[in-house]
Design a protein around this ligand. Structure first.
Ligand code: FES
Ligand code: FE2
Length: 352
C-alpha cells in the first residue's frame, strides 16, 4: 500500500497500529462531564481498541486507569452498571482481592511483595476543560493547546451542562472510525440520509478551522423551525452558552460535540475497535434550566438515536466497498472541505 493513502485505508492492521501509537497514545480524549462522577466511587468505562479505560471518583479525586489489575491482569471494574449512565463501586479485584482507595493500593500479604517497588494502577493522565474531563496515555501537548481557540467556548459549554441524560452505545458503526468522523464532518449527506430529522432544518453552513480541529455552524433557514427553536430559549438558563444555529465541533482525533442552539449537547466518541469496527458512543447532556425540561430531554434522546442509526447505514456502505490505492475520490468543494482538513491533519500527525 502507498503510505500516503492511509487515510483511505479502512482495513489494515498496520495502519491501525500506527494510529494507536500516533493518535491514541499522544492526544487527549474526551471522557465525561464532571457531573457523571459527582459521588465517591462513581465510575464510567470506555472501550477503545481491545481494552478499557476507567474514569473513577476516588474520594473526590477523579483518576483514570486501564481496567486491568496490576497483579495478574484481571479486569477490575464491570460495566454492568446499576444506573443507566454510570457505575458505583469499590475498586477491588475479585481474583486475589487487591483493592484501591484513597490514592493507595491495598494488597493482602503485602510483605511478600516487598521486592516490588511503586506498584500502582496502570494510570492515564487527566485534564479538564471546564467541567469536561479528558484523558490521555502520554500527551504530546497540553489540553489547552490541543483545543486551541475552541478552548474557551468548550469550557463555557461544559458549564452550561448539568447532567448526562443518556448514553447510546447501542447504535453500531460497523466501519472504520475514520468513516464515522468523515461522515460527521460534512452536511452534504443530510438530504439523502436524514430526510425527516436534520434535512428539514435547511441549514446554511459556515466552517471554521482551528489547527487540527474544526467547527460547522449551520443557521436554520427553515423559518418555521427557526422561530420554534428561538421561542424555546425561555426554557433554559440565560447564562448557558447560546448560538442561533446547529453547531458541531470536530475535536481531533476521535470526538464530535454537537448542539442545536445550546439547548442540549451530544458528545460522540468514535474510538477505534478493529480496523473495520468502531466503539461508538453518544453521550447526551441536558443543560441548566429552572423549569422541568424532562420532556424536552426525552425528545433530544430520541432524535439523537434516530440520527446516529441513520448515519450507521451509509458508513457501513463505505466500509463494505474496497477502495484500490489508485482510485481517486471526489469531494464537494465547500460542503466536504472539513473532511479534507481532517485528512491533512491526519497525515501530519501520523507522520505521513
Ligand atoms: S489479579 Fe487482581 S488481585 Fe490478583
Ligand atoms: Fe449524519
Amino acid at each position: 500500500m502507498n503510505t500516503t493513502n492511509r487515510i483511505w485505508d479502512y482495513k489494515s492492521t498496520e495502519t491501525q497500529n500506527l494510529e494507536y501509537e500516533k493518535l491514541y497514545k499522544r492526544f487527549w480524549h474526551f471522557g465525561a462531564h464532571k457531573s457523571e462522577l459527582a459521588n465517591n466511587k462513581d465510575y464510567v468505562i470506555f472501550k477503545i481498541y481491545d481494552f478499557e479505560v476507567v474514569l473513577y471518583n476516588d474520594s473526590g479525586n477523579i483518576i483514570c486507569f486501564y481496567n486491568v489489575c496490576p497483579h495478574r491482569g484481571a479486569r477490575l471494574m464491570s460495566d454492568d452498571y446499576d444506573c443507566l449512565t454510570k457505575g458505583n463501586g469499590n475498586i477491588l479485584c475479585k481474583y486475589h482481592h487487591w483493592g484501591f482507595s484513597n490514592n493507595k493500593l491495598h494488597i493482602p500479604n503485602k510483605d511478600e511483595f516487598s521486592h516490588c517497588k511503586d506498584i500502582d494502577l496502570f494510570r492515564l493522565k487527566t485534564a479538564y476543560c471546564g467541567d469536561f474531563v479528558f484523558f490521555s496515555h502520554n500527551p504530546q501537548m497540553d489540553l489547552q493547546a490541543q483545543l486551541g481557540d475552541f478552548y474557551n467556548e468548550i469550557q463555557t459549554i461544559s458549564h452550561s451542562i448539568n447532567q448526562c441524560i443518556n448514553i447510546n452505545d447501542k447504535t453500531k458503526f460497523k466501519s472504520n472510525w475514520k468513516i464515522g468522523i468523515e461522515n460527521s464532518a460534512e452536511p452534504y449527506h443530510l438530504n439523502a440520509v436524514h430526510p425527516n430529522s436534520l434535512a428539514p432544518l435547511n441549514m446554511q453552513s459556515t466552517h471554521i478551522f482551528c489547527d487540527m480541529n474544526s467547527k460547522v455552524s449551520g443557521s436554520i433557514a427553515n423559518e418555521k423551525y427557526y422561530k420554534k427553536l428561538k421561542r424555546n430559549k425561555d426554557l433554559f438558563n440565560l447564562s448557558n452558552y447560546y448560538e442561533e444555529a446547529y453547531f458541531s465541533y470536530y475535536l481531533f482525533p476521535f470526538i464530535i460535540l454537537s448542539s442545536t442552539f445550546g439547548y442540549s449537547y451530544s458528545v460522540q466518541t468514535f474510538f477505534p475497535n478493529t480496523p473495520q469496527n468502531t466503539h461508538f458512543t453518544c453521550r447526551s447532556y441536558g443543560v441548566h434550566s429552572d423549569l422541568n425540561i424532562d420532556a424536552w430531554n426525552e425528545g433530544v434522546i430520541k432524535m439523537n438515536k434516530q440520527i446516529f442509526d441513520e448515519d450507521s447505514i451509509p458508513t457501513k456502505l463505505v466500509q463494505d466497498a474496497s477502495l484500490l490505492s489508485d482510485m481517486q475520490l471526489v469531494y464537494a468543494k465547500n460542503e466536504e472541505n472539513r473532511i479534507l482538513h481532517f485528512h491533512k491533519n491526519y497525515n501530519h500527525y501520523m507522520g505521513l
